[in-house]
Ligand binder design. Structure first.
Ligand SMILES: [Zn+2]
Length: 60
């Protein structure tokens, strides 16, 4: 099994990036998608890293 992690979603069958996919603001463990280019099915997961910086805003 070949796993590739990239910022773009790349089809593991034909290597083409997917033009349309779900918004990246959700984390999926595993999702199924049909390639827009070769119509082969593949699974993907999305990991979203969210970082919070908080500040009370006091001038003191
Ligand atoms: Zn493909």
């Amino acid at each position: 099994m070949t796993q590739v992690s990239t910022e773009e979603m790349i089809c593991p069958h034909c290597g083409e990036s997917q033009d349309n996919h779900e918004p990246d603001d959700m984390t999926y463990y595993m999702c199924q998608k049909t390639c827009e280019k070769c119509n082969e099915m593949f699974w993907y997961s999305v990991t979203v890293t969210r970082e919070y910086t908080t500040d009370r805003g006091d001038e003191a």
